[in-house]
Design a protein around this ligand. Sequence first.
Ligand code: URA
Length: 184
Amino acid sequence: MNKKEKQQALDELNAKIAADTDLPLKVAATNDVPGEGNPDADILFVGEAPGAKEDELGRPFVGAAGKFLDELIASIGLSREDIFIANLIKHRPPNNRDPLPEEIAAYVPYLERQIEIIEPKVIVTLGRYSLQYFLGDSLTISKIHGQPKRRGGRVVMPMYHPAAALYSGNLRPVLKEDFAKILK
Ligand code: URA
């Protein structure tokens, strides 16, 4: 698929998300937050779930964690137009609680379809849930952040969630260092 066809396929996917009344967190959400960016991106970022600001605007990573993510992306010379940003879960969990396993299972077919369409070379996981979805439940982020792994034909790069660095300032330089490895 060329870039235009990929965008069309993503638009169709977003329409399916909009119409899917079986999605468990849909009723409480204000907006779908399917993800956005370059449909032909080499790098796909996958976070956990939208928060309050994302739910309000229907866009991923537009709150405080998103500001830091923008900074990290800029630190490697890229912008949001170069990459794609999505989440495991496309609706905000009530009060930002942790997602349940059955909720993740209900949403991931949409994420898998996004991957199929975008065909990224690198998937950057942000936070524990995204890491465990791609690389397995037994992995701990503190042990494997910044270490690329193969998953099928792609590279999965585990990172701390940018929100974690807002609470724990010493993770900021760690995230910056891990980001610097993406382009390699
Ligand atoms: N945290 C996430 O994991 N995703 C967002 O879109 C915003 C905050």
